[in-house]
Ligand binder design. Structure first.
Ligand SMILES: [Zn+2]
Ligand SMILES: [Zn+2]
Length: 411
């Protein structure tokens, strides 16, 4: 019969890769907990409208990349990102009543129907943070610190923070107007995407990767608008204070005025963190402030700031982590005795295996030497004398001890 294959853009995470994933997940829990963050797990599918309103209906994610399906006349969508879901849960569970800040972290699979390419999958994983309730730049600073400390804990050094401010709805509106005015003469030369973004979300023009558009945006009169400072005094103060906090902590950052992030909901601070591990620059984290999203999704007006990281990218930068060897491998042809002894050892938290297929001693020993640190031999002699022989598989040293002393030996 024909075998059924895995779907394009998806990937099995195989047992030998699991050490890296456990490492990423354990470090996330460890680092984010230090900052007082709590984990939240929201459903993988939500009402389609949540993403249309929460991610923005001018984004590629919502327009082209969502896995949407109908069930009982409801339109449902596999989450393409997790901020909208976390915000939905925040509102629905009345978390605005808790004392601020409310710090939530998450990890899990996301789904986007993208053309599969190196490092991009249709089912991928993100780990992220959302901090609610603080409008001051101290929250922006803390979110950036959480990201940096997490990346460092994963062994990724040589990090660069790229920083920008998108202003608030008031000053950004002015910027958009100026930007549209200066781009207008070239409108018909822009790519199709840019032509449709021009009205709906002109900031996203800056995100365009098409060479023709880049060439147009490089023109001096357009650059003058992009590089000019448009932000209002309050937004300027917020940005300045954030930079002072980062300076105080010795966090290096660069201003990147083209950094707008792909999502509609950001305001003021946006940032990306790049890692230079493996010789090339890789964006490993993206985030920013989204003060209007909670309200836009029907909640109380609550400022928020967060980030997300792609875990497949992180995994590729971390590289391989060797699996830990099993501590003990019980070798015996007496299945009952082997079962008893392995369970005794496991009850004491000693990782233990034995050969379930009851092969010859030499075969069992061969297997043990590949996977375990110690062979615990229960031959006929040992069983009749109530003893065990323990062999260190690295040094080949071995000794026979009382059966009752086996736990003490491993402790
Ligand atoms: Zn402003
Ligand atoms: Zn374009």
């Amino acid at each position: 019969m024909a075998i059924i294959k895995i779907q394009k853009g998806t990937k099995d995470i195989l047992p030998e890769e699991m050490s890296v994933w456990h490492f990423m997940e354990e470090k996330a829990n460890e680092i984010f907990t230090k900052y007082g963050a709590k984990e939240i797990r929201t459903p993988i599918f939500e009402a389609t409208e949540l993403f249309a309103r929460g991610v923005g209906d001018t984004t590629d994610i919502v327009n082209k990349e969502m896995y949407t399906f109908e069930k009982s006349e409801r339109s449902l969508t596999l989450r393409p990102e997790n901020t909208a879901g976390v915000v939905r849960s925040f509102i629905e569970n009345g978390m605005h009543r808790l004392s601020a800040p409310i710090k939530l972290w998450y990890k899990g699979p996301m789904f986007r129907y993208e053309r599969p390419q190196a490092g991009r999958q249709r089912q991928f994983h993100q780990v992220g943070i959302e901090v609610f309730g603080i409008k001051q730049p101290s929250a922006d600073a803390e979110v950036i610190l959480m990201a940096i400390n997490y990346l460092k804990a994963l062994g990724l050094n040589d990090l660069t923070v790229e920083l920008n401010t998108l202003g608030c709805p008031v000053c950004r509106e002015e910027f958009k107007t100026k930007l549209k005015a200066v781009i207008k003469p070239y409108l018909s030369n822009l790519c199709e995407d840019c032509q449709s973004r021009y009205e709906k979300n002109p900031l996203r023009l800056l995100d365009c990767k098409s060479p023709e558009c880049q060439e147009i945006f490089a023109k001096s009169e357009i650059q003058a608008v992009i590089q000019g400072d448009f932000i209002c005094p309050e937004c300027a103060e917020h940005f300045k204070t954030l930079k002072e906090y980062l300076d105080t902590l010795g966090i290096k950052y660069e201003r990147n005025k083209l950094l707008v992030r792909g999502l509609d909901y950001y305001n003021r601070t946006v940032f990306e963190i790049k890692s230079n591990s493996l010789g090339s620059q890789n964006a490993v984290c993206g985030g920013g402030r989204y003060d209007s999203l909670v309200k836009n999704l029907g909640g109380e007006d609550t400022p928020a700031v967060g980030f997300a990281m792609g875990m497949e990218r992180l995994a590729s930068l971390i590289g391989k982590i060797e699996d830990k060897k099993t501590t003990a491998f019980v070798i015996s042809n007496d299945v009952k005795e082997a079962l008893k002894l392995t369970e005794e050892l496991r009850a004491e938290n000693i990782t233990t295996e034995f050969d379930l297929s009851n092969k010859k001693f030499v075969k069992q020993l061969e297997k043990a030497s590949k996977t375990a640190k110690f062979a615990v031999i229960l031959g006929e002699d040992e069983i009749s004398q109530n003893k065990v022989t323990v062999k260190n598989l690295d040094t080949a040293e071995q000794k026979t001890i009382e059966r009752s002393n086996i736990i003490k030996f491993f402790k």
